[in-house]
Write a protein that binds this ligand. Structure first.
Ligand code: PLP
Length: 418
């Protein structure tokens, strides 16, 4: 019997195999037919320390034995209070307020609504949002609106709101983007939203901390709110806790999700500077922040995130990240038959096959199948192959990943992938 499950980003008409996972541990997924799959992309960028981290799983079990969801409008609980306090301790001190939601997309929606609410409540309404070319901020309507347009959202495009798109700061051509930002800021937009240093779904595109710092400085000079979407880059991915750190930038609004619970359970936060909170605080009920999800600040998810923060406090996480960065940087240059090899922190990326950046290029599914047959979870973005493993991954697993990429690159070069 066929399964009634409708999978995300899956063309069911192609009848590709859908492996069934029964257990996860460290950098590995175990299938029901006894295979060990190396998770080279951290299960779509969520797993940081490793799968089923004992401390996080224990915190979930412990919290689940005491309390389930409670309403969070006007009520509170200890896991959320502890988490918010610990977040304000580990994140830049300017970010004094923590708003909970449940996914990266909702964290972005919340950020956009906070920015518009800020301007509306100050009596100078602004609505325009500036974005970077090739950016990705999630799959809800607002998050898609501030992301790149393409095959992913063509069917919905009439419903997406208009934004100001700045050219991606290709190395050597950063000034064009900065000039465009400067010009756009003169028209009083509400905010700029960016993925700091690394654009993920747009093709693992990297730009420099200097450019990020200049972007933030231009926004600050014009009073335009600077929103950092660190849903993917946060929690050490780029080598530092936040990518913004490398540029010495503190955003006005910060979106965190994915690694917030170490990748164990859904949770997101949008952190804001005090003036954004203050713009919503008054005795007038019409200026409160009108946003909630049913599962806001789920206690079990909050307990998982508190455990994640304890791991960051007690374990040498940044050393592990530096070590993984180093171990990847010795393997990447050994690859041949690839183009545009690049790395930032724990993430490496490269293009295989003939130059073409189309997400739907025929190469993608062939590569996916090739890696699946090698018991590897690698999911190329078109012909861009990237590696983003859990921080605990061992050398043997890294070798398996890089030798599979080398073989795939050789097959592409010899034309045997067609
Ligand atoms: C994954 C991602 C999102 C969306 O997060 P979801 O939890 O999938 O909704 C938003 N922004 C960035 C930068 C992401 O990588």
């Amino acid at each position: 019997m066929t399964s009634p499950v409708w999978h995300p980003f899956t063309q069911h008409g192609l009848n590709e195999p859908i492996p069934r996972i029964v257990r996860t541990e460290g950098a590995a997924l175990h299938t029901d037919d006894g295979r060990r799959i190396i998770d080279a992309i951290s299960s779509w960028w969520v797993t940081t320390h490793g799968h089923s981290h004992p401390r996080i799983m224990a915190a979930i079990a412990d919290q689940a034995s005491r309390m389930d969801q409670i309403i969070f409008a006007g009520w509170t609980h200890e896991p959320a209070e502890t988490l918010a306090r610990e977040l304000t301790r580990i994140m830049p001190p300017e970010l004094t307020r923590v708003f909970f939601s449940d996914s990266g997309s909702t964290a972005v929606e919340v950020a956009l609504k906070m920015a518009l609410g800020y301007w509306a409540n100050r009596g100078e309404p602004r609505h325009r949002i500036l974005v970077l070319e090739h950016s990705y901020h999630g799959d809800t309507i607002g998050a898609m609106s501030v992301g790149a347009r393409g095959v992913f959202n063509r069917a919905y495009s009439p419903l997406l709101f208009d934004v100001g798109t700045l050219p991606f700061p290709v190395q050597g051509a950063e000034q064009a983007m900065l000039d465009a930002l400067e010009a756009a800021c003169r028209e009083h937009p509400a905010a700029l939203i960016v993925e700091p240093l690394l654009l993920g779904a747009g093709g693992m595109l990297i730009y420099s901390p200097e450019t990020l710092a200049q972007m933030a400085a231009i926004c600050a000079r014009h009073g335009v709110l600077f929103i950092a979407d660190e849903v993917m880059t946060g929690w050490g991915r780029t080598g530092t806790l936040l990518a913004c750190e490398q540029a010495g930038v503190v955003p006005d609004i910060l979106c965190l999700s994915k690694g917030l619970t170490g990748g164990a359970i859904p949770l997101a936060v949008t952190m804001a500077r005090e003036p954004i909170f203050e713009a919503h605080r008054s005795t007038d009920r019409s200026t409160m922040f009108f946003h909630s999800s049913s599962y806001t600040a789920n206690p079990i998810a909050c307990a998982a995130a508190v455990a994640n923060l304890e791991i960051w406090r007690d374990e040498p996480v940044l050393d592990r990240i530096a070590d993984l960065t180093e171990r990847q940087s010795t393997r990447l240059p050994a690859l041949t038959n690839i183009r545009n090899a690049r790395q930032i922190g724990t993430v490496t990326a490269m293009e295989l096959g003939a130059p073409s950046s189309a997400y739907l290029s025929d190469l993608g599914p062939k590569l996916l199948a090739f890696f699946r047959e090698r018991n590897l979870l690698l999911r190329p973005l078109g012909n861009t192959v990237y590696v983003m493993p859990p921080y605990c991954i061992g050398d043997d697993d890294l070798d398996a990943i890089y030798s599979a990429i080398a073989d795939a690159a050789a097959s592409c070069a010899s034309g045997s992938f067609g």
